[in-house]
Design a binder for this molecule. Sequence first.
Ligand code: NAD
Length: 320
Amino acid sequence: MTQYEERVVVTGGGGFVGSHLCERLLREGFAVVCIDDFSTGSVCNVEPLDGHSGFQLLEADVSTGFDIRGAVDAVLHLASPASPVDYLRRPLETMRAGSTGTQHALDLACRKGARFLLASTSEVYGDPQVHPQPESYWGHVNPVGPRSVYDEAKRFSEALTVAHRDARGLDARIVRIFNTFGPHMRADDGRMIPNFIRQAIAGEPLTVAGDGSQTRSLCYVSDTVDGILRLLWAPGEQGPVNIGGIHEMTVLATAEMIRSLVGSSSSIEFVARPQDDPGLRRPDISRAERSLGWRPAVSIEAGIKRTIDWFLENSILLGS
Ligand code: NAD
């Protein structure tokens, strides 16, 4: 039987980012326990890992509690609806995943003497008034707006994580992830990249919110995963640390790039902009560069091409 040096629990491991994390950890020789209720993720994302002797799948809702037998060296807490379509459809579940779900993941780390890492988000900065956003910026969040179920759940998760670091001596780390994209995103999750790819492949109009001048800074998933793992093992850094792309693009330019890479003749259709949609979004990554030696390595164009190829190979996900 294979001996694994360390055992890592990944909550939300059946989702987009979580499944890439599980795969990378297994490749590096860690044993992985993936906990997911598959409310927004898909078992298809982890099916290829199922035959691996170091992989264990536990179907459970982190908000109702869970336990793991045996030693655990690290707990990575990603379980939460993450796209606006998902968290607006599941507002109470989103708040529970961020509150009691985070509490249960922290309790597990404390019981096992494991280190803990929280997947937080650039959404803690809200619609930012400081640009680019450094970790020291406290944010501009509407606590009663429609997005608050996600933004405030993540802000609470961060506070709860820091409280466990201070009160219980837990080695707890926080990563603030900015817009990440790549294979394993659901075609219908409503996020910009899968939306534009699905529409361009189907020959439908690409729906751009507002006039499309709002910006996003995209990061390919392998770079995000690399940043998360560097933070998990970093000797002198617990965060929060921003992990995200530095190449800022307007939403309209992103739609035009995807349309051209797909080779589609779709039109662009301007639709109403959601309430509290951030106008500008770009991380200040100097902390990640300084303390983790991290910078994104995959260009936006190369990442988008890989993502388009994956969507084409998995056209069943597009409903075609
Ligand atoms: P995702 O929806 O693909 O993955 C989340 C996973 O968590 C899904 O598999 C879902 O089924 C699972 N889940 C949700 N609630 C659960 C619960 N109560 N119990 C057990 N499992 C549950 O989303 P993602 O994009 O992979 O995001 C993963 C994490 O990274 C989230 O915490 C998200 O907030 C954070 N994040 C992602 C991005 C991004 O651009 N992808 C940006 C910022 C932060």
